[in-house]
Design a protein around this ligand. Structure first.
Ligand SMILES: Nc1ncnc2c1ncn2[C@@H]1O[C@H](COP(=O)(O)OP(=O)(O)OP(=O)(O)O)[C@@H](O)[C@H]1O
Ligand SMILES: [Mg+2]
Length: 393
């Protein structure tokens, strides 16, 4: 009988692989001391029986919002002795007023696990609970994902009017810059009593963040300092996103491991960058609704065959006329026996695809066809076609 020991090999690179995972939060979050301090200061009144101001945190993806807030939540819970509570809610999962309220009720009231109670009932129970003089802080992470958010905010702020003692306050977090504009004015003024921004990390900062993980999760000398610096520089150039930087480093480590190398160098980081880039594009495309995918597919197809108008001076560098892409898209819909959408919807799909970085566009000069939009695919067409085809079986 063979032993499993034969097959269990120790990694030459990782001493603790989990440290490099996106879910790991180190005890010390570098470059966020200031934000963490400020937030703790603003939540502290709850520990003294006073209602903190509602706070809104904005910052691009991977700037440490969730990690910082989770640390603070933990510290708060350690300090609070029953009379104040903080509840963290991931609104990607709990994305409706009812679900949020149910989650809050379950978190603060022991034995409250009866599903099927309506929103008014949950609300009344929470009021009773807080009415004993308790302070409740609700963290709504990725708050932009909540449907009927105005209704939820209204319910929660109304609670304060009904409570003589005790209170409910909100800590909202989002990486959507335009989110604020979509709120109704009343919600906006209640949520934005205080606002905080988490800036993107610089190359130097990302390098320090990566170094910390290398120390905690890899064997000594398993990662060259050049590799760390390069990964940090790449991520800073892209967006200042620590998650992206960590992904590159993790992939680079896997590449080194697979080729039985004892050390991560620049070369592995370069290769990892391409893989991570591809993963991100793939994920973005797979999440697209059907018509967006069809438009993207049409752009990719035409990018391969070339624009009909390629001879024109104004059509350079693989750009396509918006009109010809629309034709290709409607053709495609016909083939698939699907109803194509109007030109107006088509233009809004183009905007969405551009926002996601899957396309770029420019306005043409006053050429033969007058002013028109010129479109270019953001990624290699063959890859895009492969991903779209795969995600539709
Ligand atoms: N200052 C830091 N020190 C160490 N690791 C960090 C730091 N900031 C972020 N990270 C790491 O980067 C990853 C992303 O961070 P986090 O989830 O906090 O970002 P976020 O701002 O909430 O992003 P999103 O808007 O996408 O939700 C996590 O794995 C986290 O551990
Ligand atoms: Mg987050």
């Amino acid at each position: 009988m063979p032993s499993f020991d034969e097959f269990i090999t120790e990694s030459k690179i990782f001493s603790d692989r989990d440290v490099l995972s996106p879910h790991y939060i180190p005890d010390t979050l570098h470059f966020r001391e200031h934000q963490i301090r400020e937030l703790m200061g603003s939540l502290a009144p709850a520990l003294m029986g006073k209602k903190p101001r509602n706070t809104f945190i904005y910052g691009k993806t991977g700037t440490g919002k969730t990690s910082s807030v989770k640390q603070i939540t933990k510290k708060f819970e350690e300090k609070a002795k029953g009379n104040s509570r903080i509840v963290y809610i991931n609104c990607r999962i709990h994305n409706k007023p009812y679900r949020v309220m149910l989650k809050v009720a379950k978190a603060v009231m022991e034995g409250f696990d009866k599903q099927g109670y309506g929103l008014p009932h949950i609300y009344e129970r929470l009021l009773e609970w807080a009415g004993e003089g308790k302070q409740l802080i609700i963290v709504l992470d990725e708050i932009d994902m909540v449907k009927h958010l105005d209704e939820l905010l209204y319910t929660l702020t109304r609670a304060n009017d009904e409570l003589e003692v005790g209170g409910v306050s909100i800590l909202g977090i989002s990486n959507k810059l335009l989110f604020k504009e979509e709120l109704d004015p009343r919600s906006k003024s209640s949520l934005y009593e205080r606002e905080m921004v988490f800036p993107p990390y610089t190359a130097n900062q990302l390098q320090k963040i990566l170094e910390q993980r290398v120390e905690l999760g890899m064997h000594p000398n398993a990662c060259s300092s050049g590799a760390v610096n390069l990964a940090g520089a790449i991520a800073a150039q892209e967006s200042g996103d620590a998650r992206y930087a960590l992904k590159i480093l993790f992939r680079a480590a896997e590449i080194a491991e697979e080729s039985a190398k004892p050390r991560i160098t620049d070369k592995e980081v370069q290769q990892a960058r391409d893989l991570v880039e591809f993963d991100i594009v793939k994920e973005a495309i797979e999440k697209l609704p059907e018509n967006h995918q069809a438009v993207l597919y049409a752009v990719a197809r035409l990018s391969i065959s070339g624009s009909k108008y390629a001879r024109l001076d104004e059509v350079k560098d693989g750009y396509l006329f918006s009109g010809e892409v629309y034709e290709e898209y409607t053709e495609l819909c016909k083939k698939l026996r699907k109803q194509s959408k109007t030109a107006r919807s088509y233009r809004s799909y183009l905007n969405d695809l551009e926002m996601l970085g899957l396309l770029t566009s420019v306005e043409s000069g006053k050429g033969i066809r007058g002013h028109t939009k010129l479109i270019k695919l953001g990624h290699p067409p063959h890859e895009v076609i492969k991903i779209v085809s795969k995600s539709n079986g």
